[in-house]
Ligand binder design. Structure first.
Ligand code: 6LW
Length: 500
């Protein structure tokens, strides 16, 4: 039973991979269409995690500018060898399967090299690459053989492996199929570990939803053959009422007290049997025990929510690394020269692939954000975004303030007149109002505005529509400011929330 806070990383941080280097642990997670991409968090106690940088901070490292919703940076593996950090990942529907290196996990990281098929005809075709070395220094890339493009898009070839020349970044053979689980759908997230002379192949199977789980097999060689563990799945929340669901996609590491730990993804759904996960897939941790028979057992994930937080930003400093933008870098949009955050609209709205938007992950299930805004010379506001098809916002400019809900093409607006000047925009995510019966949704949004000291509730919107179960997006809620036309300045951001 871990006494560590769980989630380890609040807000959408799926597909975690962890490595120990020196006296610290480093976590890498997925970022999909957002930039900067692939955050690296560091801890010396597995309790407090600090965002120390990102792998993808420069144009060209990932090609997410054009990726479809939830394409982009999927599922990294981070390892450390001979003083060098290695990170492999698939830039899904972008560049392909990539290998990045750095001597400092905080960066700068390399530009990223494509891992080519043996015939050099393009990227090895698959997701969730793992990188491992055997005693001879042979490099194994083991991955999930999901075809992402072409006529066979969506076909799944199971767990695949190639030996790779890491200098030339090319496979040395055609892909070989390995053990691919116990029959669950979507065998993915493979990781190889050599423990006491045996090679263990751990994977996720069952899909990243409620059927998700972790299974393991072992053999005498990194190439297999592998024998499946008798007690698979090692961990899964399927068919349970545990507060952390969808647990899977894990990576193993020896923790601070010398015991093994598994970091993995999970969600915290709320409501009734369907239940909705507003924050998306977060990073959790759970203890691992090696049994006498040489097989590991993994404990069910225990929820141990962190205390609430309050973030206040006056925009008089450079933006910290928690700010992210969509298929573009925050620096492409944020003008901080005046001591406020000024955004220059270009006609793009939140329905478009690259809006003028700068935001932060929603990290708490109950959350309030207020931003002080001057839209006298433009149109823009405060939004909660899941993706282009699912977002809610409070928008000011051109003589009015409008609350808007966009739900997969359905749009509803609530508008009041506004004479111009500075105003506060508010979006609160809160538990649903009691109905006397079972809850029918996970949360509700209150969309409000304060003008000349008077706060007005413009609309209340059901939060279920901005959840991973409804949107089918791999990400999670991101709350941010945006501009559509003209110049909009934001002077103060206050976000506070907790997980009560
Ligand atoms: C990731 C794969 C997965 O590559 O979804 O469902 C993909 N699990 O392991 C994106 O998170």
């Amino acid at each position: 039973m871990t006494t560590l806070y769980n989630p380890l990383l609040n807000g959408f941080h799926p597909d975690p991979s962890v490595v120990k280097a020196g006296d610290a642990w480093y976590l890498a997670t997925s970022t999909f269409e957002y930039l900067p991409g692939i955050p690296i968090h560091r801890s010396t106690d597995f309790e407090t995690w600090e965002l120390i940088g990102h792998v993808a901070t420069r144009p060209g490292q990932l090609a997410v500018e054009e990726v479809p919703t939830a394409g982009g940076a999927w599922a990294p593996t981070i390892r450390h060898r001979d003083g060098v950090f290695h990170l492999v990942i698939t830039d899904a529907m972008g560049r392909g399967m990539l290998h990045f290196t750095a001597t400092d996990a905080a960066g700068p990281w390399s530009d990223g090299d494509l891992i080519l098929k043996a015939d050099g005809s393009g990227s090895v075709d698959g997701i969730d690459p793992d990188i491992a070395w055997d005693a001879d220094g042979t490099v194994y890339i083991t991955y999930s053989g999901l075809i992402l493009e072409g006529a066979e898009i969506g076909q799944h070839l199971g767990i695949q492996q190639v030996k790779v020349d890491l200098e030339r970044h090319i496979a040395l053979e055609e892909p070989r199929s390995l053990w691919s689980g116990t029959g669950g759908g979507f065998p993915e997230a493979p990781h190889l570990y050599e423990v006491d002379g045996r090679w263990y192949l751990m994977i996720a199977e069952g899909g990243t939803e409620r059927g998700h789980g972790i299974s393991i097999a072992r053999g005498d060689s990194p190439e297999g053959p592998f024998e499946t563990a008798p007690q698979n799945p090692l961990v899964s929340a399927r068919s349970t009422t545990r507060p952390v669901q969808n647990t899977g996609h894990g990576d193993l590491v020896i923790g601070p007290d010398g015991d093994w730990l598994c970091v993995l993804l999970g969600v915290r759904p709320r409501s009734m049997t369907r239940a909705f996960s507003a924050l998306g897939r977060e990073t959790f941790v759970t203890p691992v025990h090696w049994e006498d028979d040489g097989w590991p057992s993994i404990e069910p994930v225990q929820l141990n929510a962190r205390p609430g937080t309050r973030v206040e930003v006056a925009f008089d400093q450079p933006l910290d690394g928690e700010w992210i933008s969509i298929r573009s870098l925050p620096g492409d949009h944020a003008d901080l020269a005046s001591g406020a955050l000024v955004l220059h609209g270009n006609g793009s709205t939140l329905d478009d692939p690259r809006p003028v938007f700068v935001g932060r992950r929603q990290e708490h299930l109950t959350n309030s954000v207020t931003v002080t805004t001057d839209a006298s010379a433009g149109v823009g506001g405060l939004a909660v975004r899941y993706d282009e098809h699912f977002h809610v916002e409070v928008e000011a400019g051109q003589g009015s303030v409008t609350a808007r809900a966009v739900i997969s093409g359905l749009v509803q607006e609530w508008t009041i007149p506004f004479g111009g000047g500075i105003l506060d925009l508010h979006i609160d995510s809160r538990k649903p109002a009691p109905t006397g019966g079972f809850p029918r949704t996970g949360d509700e949004f209150d969309l409000s505005v304060t003008i000349d000291g008077e706060r007005t509730l413009l609309a209340t919107v059901d939060g279920r529509f901005l959840s991973s179960e409804v949107t089918e997006s791999f990400t999670g809620r991101v709350i941010g400011v945006y501009a559509v036309e003209g110049v909009v300045s934001f002077q103060r951001w206050i976000a506070e929330g907790d997980d009560e």
